[in-house]
Design a protein around this ligand. Structure first.
Ligand code: B12
Ligand code: SF4
Length: 517
């Protein structure tokens, strides 16, 4: 059979300009589930092709003609596109449609409206029987894999869209249970692979010629001794990549030996979930972290030459605009290399979602907006639009030119240049986003700006978020008070410089001057 695996993406990210920007931002990598399952199907004798819409255009004319079974992956924000593709295959092709992944796992009935079969959970043990017709239930409940060492490695030979970095999962799940987290609910219980099996997979990626690798475990340092052992083996067997990314936690800083090994094994880019600097906020999401440990962790990473991506959750009930400002300023002060301001997103079936539904706080169920960059609920301490603005503000203020120079001095020209690119993009993007909110009725921002705020001070509940924000002028920072004409003027003024900077970085990348991250 001809089988096509698709990881969809939203319309804006299928745009070639967006893809180019993405390449300048970092290395394209692949989600591993579809590549693992595609490999299983290929070894069973089927012809398999896998596509990630995020990384390259897909020739659907051809694919529609040849495909007998299409397997479509879903995250929540990708579900509408997944359904659109499923409907297209039903209407214009002859393929059987199977849908799986994070979103289909929590919303199988919804996915089944567009698919012939839906797989709930981890699909490795089931996919072949489903594709070959031995399992015919419309909704198939898959059992979690017991021994992760038995799972075959992702098969990159089936991937037809570009990829620069190999992804490796050395564990599934996480021992913690933050209330907004979806992965711990999808991958449960927490399971680990043996160090030998991890090292063997790393060797395989070296053989394939990858220069970059990411540990995509939800929490690579959850078991510190195991993380150390993996690093020791990487160092001893000379298996370092140019750079390896991983997800860590602040408690890494309590172990200097671990930090030293991470640095020597070239695990020099880490995403740390700082979430908030408000201890009440950390406690409210069961983060099991102390504010002081966040500070220590960032300093320790800086000292060991490990670049931190500071992940912040914006919009927790305990946090107002000032708390968010404190968090992003903190990230800048401790020298974080990047910021990932994630707007609190109540993914379906998480405790946060159930709670907000009960309290009638959800303002949209358009899944496309559930990507952690759009406000989808009524925050308590600010209007929905104010929270969206805080997202823009965090990006704009964090990626400024002085901090890019500091990064340049510490981590060298390559990363300094990349930060200048990010500063340019955010300086341009923020006024554009705000302009869209004022002028483009078809944009989600436009609608959001006019969404009344349920928690507005007494007497204002019928007014729009704009009016509330204006009445709360004291919480609007000075640089945000400029009018729309000034913002447009600023945008035009910096465009010329921006185009020059982007072209400069693109040129440097092409010449191999800037390493891919
Ligand atoms: C690697 C990764 C990425 C990579 C690659 C993804 C890509 N190319 O599209 C990058 C960095 C590009 C990325 C981007 C994004 N990501 Co991401 N990503 C991950 C991460 C860390 C690992 C994925 C992975 O490899 N998992 C391990 C494998 C084993 O699991 P799996 O792929 O899900 O596959 C299993 C099952 O899902 C199932 N299955 C999978 N596919 C299919 C298909 C069929 C047909 C069937 C039957 C079964 C099935 O069986 C598989 C094997 O067990 C996950 C976290 C996680 N732990 O999953 C977040 C995660 C999936 N990402 C997330 C998000 C929000 C995003 C972004 C929207 C972020 C943003 N604002 O831009 C974007 C969207 C990208 C896009 N395509 O448009 C969220 C999704 C939350 C949700 N419930 O929707 C996650 C869960 C992280 C989180 N914060 O909680 N991501
Ligand atoms: S620490 Fe990270 S992966 Fe673990 S439960 Fe919390 S958010 Fe999820």
């Amino acid at each position: 059979m001809n089988i096509t695996m698709i990881v969809p993406t939203v319309a804006i990210k299928r745009n070639p300009i967006y893809r180019l920007g993405g390449r300048l931002y970092g290395n394209g990598n692949a989600i591993t589930g579809p590549l693992i399952m595609g490999g299983i199907l290929k070894r069973a004798g089927h012809h398999v092709e896998a596509y990630q819409e995020l990384q390259g255009a897909v020739d659907y004319k051809r694919i529609l003609k040849i495909t007998d079974v299409v397997c479509i992956y879903t995250m929540t924000c990708l579900a509408p596109r997944a359904y659109e593709l499923a409907d297209m295959f039903h209407e214009k092709g002859h393929a059987r449609v199977i849908i799986g992944g994070m979103h289909a796992t929590v919303m199988p009935e919804e996915a089944l409206r567009h698919a012939d079969q839906v797989l709930v959970g981890e699909g490795e043990d089931t996919i072949l029987d489903v594709v070959e017709g031995r399992i015919t239930d419309p909704i198939v409940q898959c059992k979690p894999i017991c021994n992760l060492d038995d799972v075959p490695w992702p098969d990159y030979s089936i991937l037809k869209t570009p990829v620069k970095a190999a992804n490796i999962m050395t564990s599934r799940g996480c021992p913690f249970r933050c209330s907004f987290c979806t992965t711990t609910r999808m991958f449960h219980p927490f399971r680990k692979r043996s160090v030998d099996s991890v090292i063997a997979e790393i060797k395989y990626y070296h053989k394939l010629g990858f220069q970059y690798m990411n540990f995509e475990d939800d929490n690579f340092t959850a078991d510190k001794e195991r993380a150390k052992e993996i690093c020791r083996r990487i160092i001893a067997e000379n298996l370092q990549f140019k750079e390896t990314f991983f997800f860590g936690r602040t408690d890494m800083a309590d172990d200097p030996e671990l930090l030293e090994l991470l640095s020597q094994a070239h695990l020099t880019r880490v995403l740390i979930g700082i979430e908030s600097l408000n201890q009440d906020a950390l406690d409210s999401i069961n983060k099991h972290a102390k504010v002081e440990s966040i500070q220590r962790a960032c300093q320790a990473c800086w000292d060991h030459g490990i670049r931190v991506i500071a992940s912040l959750v914006l919009g927790l009930d305990t946090d107002g605009p000032e708390d968010i400002r404190r968090s992003y300023n903190f990230a800048k002060d401790v020298g974080a290399y990047q910021i990932q301001p994630a707007i609190l997103t109540p993914f379906p079936k998480t405790p946060v979602f159930e709670e907000f539904e009960k309290e009638d706080r959800m303002i949209t169920h358009n899944w496309e907006l559930f990507d952690m960059t759009h406000v989808t609920f009524q925050p308590k301490k600010m209007s929905p639009w104010k929270l969206q603005e805080m997202f823009f503000e965090a990006c704009d203020n964090f990626y400024d030119f002085p901090s890019a120079i500091r990064i340049w001095k510490k981590f060298g020209t390559e990363y300094g240049l990349r930060r200048i690119y990010l500063a340019t993009v955010t300086t341009l993007g923020v006024p554009l986003g705000e302009w869209a909110a004022d002028h483009l009725p078809f944009m989600s921002y436009y609608k959001l700006k006019r969404t009344p705020w349920k928690y507005a001070p007494a007497g204002q509940s019928e007014k729009t978020a704009d009016i509330v924000a204006n009445n709360n002028a004291d919480i609007v920072p000075k640089n945000k008070k400029e009018g729309i004409p000034a913002k447009i003027g600023k945008t035009i003024a910096i465009t010329a410089g921006a185009v020059g900077a982007v072209c400069g970085v693109a040129f440097a990348l092409k010449k191999g001057f800037v390493p891919q991250i």
